[in-house]
Design a protein around this ligand. Structure first.
Ligand SMILES: Nc1ncnc2c1ncn2[C@@H]1O[C@H](COP(=O)(O)OP(=O)(O)OP(=O)(O)O)[C@@H](O)[C@H]1O
Length: 332
């Protein structure tokens, strides 16, 4: 299967270490969400993937071969800073870009019509780009990334500033391209959208891939939590749960009728059922369900773990070139 491999990229801008061993892969047919705090290194990685920027070391490979000038023509790229000529007509500009990617004028015209119609800007083909709203310019920018039917799609924040209808159109287009076998990678700060749309997600921080996997894999933890909704007396239930080996419990924050139960590694298999039985012995149980962290929760965990590691390094205790947190290695 074809794979886009980002392999041990390092990049510094003067004293700023933007990428420090950035490594991950995007498989054919998957949508990969690239998330991270501001300044984490997403744009730098994408620019290196496109050859717009040179890495200090490391490589980017597609199908096992290092990306070169020729193979990069088969990549559709949507740069963060956008790259349209404001005073050029939408249709003319897209045909020009398609031509640069080697399409014949007839094929280019057909593709431009198809994509502008699909993205809802077909009636703006005769307008200068600068006359379009920012959201519509962004739709044109996506058309520019798609017009030459690329084998790989790399999109830097394609969803920022789009209205909900445009988000739906863009999401459907990305899913369609992935289903056609194209690896799709995009960066975004809209984590709900990433959670909904992506097959796998990579969370970057300080120029490294800190956690990677499907949302379900990222949620997997050796300390599963459950929410136990009880009629009354949550403290009695907390005490009963804590009496079981390896079980931690506390009243759910902001609630007077619910208990958070956490099973540590020393809890017996199926200990949650023992907790349930213990709670039922105290009164009715209205709900009992696993707590599934959102991508936003997972993201916060990664970022705060990184901040803690930085603080430890600053205090002189830890190796600044620390190893990656647990999730990264386990799920990469
Ligand atoms: N041209 C440049 N010159 C100097 N430093 C730069 C340059 N471009 C990026 N950086 C720095 O490199 C680091 C990574 O930046 P990058 O733009 O890759 O992050 P990002 O994850 O895309 O952030 P954002 O989510 O804000 O777009 C940051 O510390 C940034 O300030």
């Amino acid at each position: 299967m074809s794979v886009l491999e980002i392999d041990h990229l390092f990049k510094a801008y003067g004293s700023v270490r933007a990428l420090q061993d950035m490594t991950f892969e995007v498989r054919a047919g998957e949508i990969f969400g690239f998330v991270g705090s501001n300044g984490a290194g997403k744009t730098t990685t994408m620019r290196i993937m496109l050859g717009v920027l040179a890495a200090d070391s490391g490589s980017v490979r597609w199908d096992g071969a290092e990306l070169d000038l020729d193979s990069r023509r088969r990549v559709g790229y949507m740069p963060e800073e956008r790259g349209l000529y404001p005073k050029m007509k939408v249709g003319e500009q897209l045909r020009f870009l398609a031509g640069l990617h080697g399409m014949s004028p007839a094929d280019a015209t057909g593709a431009v019509e198809r994509w502008t119609d699909r993205l809802g800007v077909g009636d703006r083909r005769g307008d200068n780009v600068e006359k379009l709203s920012l959201g519509n310019q962004q739709r044109v920018q996506l058309a520019a990334a798609l017009v030459h039917n690329p084998d790989v799609l790399v999109l830097d924040e394609p969803f920022s500033g789009l209205d909900p209808v445009a988000v739906d159109i863009m999401s459907a287009v990305l899913r369609e391209r992935a289903d056609a076998g194209v690896p799709v990678i995009f960066s975004s700060h809209q984590l709900d959208l990433v959670e909904r749309l992506c097959d796998r997600v990579g969370i970057v921080q300080s120029g490294r891939m800190q956690a990677m996997g499907t949302i379900d894999e990222l949620r997997t933890t050796d300390r599963p939590q459950w929410l136990l909704e009880v009629g009354a007396e949550p403290l009695a239930v907390v005490a009963a749960a804590r009496a079981l080996p390896g079980v931690l419990a506390h009243v759910a924050p902001g609630r007077t009728d619910a208990v958070v139960v956490e099973l540590s590694a020393t809890a017996a298999p199926g200990a949650e059922q023992d907790v349930l039985r213990a709670a039922l012995a105290h009164g009715p149980v209205r709900g009992f369900s696993p707590i599934r962290p959102s991508l936003t929760d997972l993201f916060r965990d990664v970022v705060s773990a990184d901040a803690d590691a930085d603080a430890a390094a600053a205090a002189g205790g830890a190796d600044p070139a620390r190893t990656e947190p647990d999730r990264a290695g386990a799920l990469a």
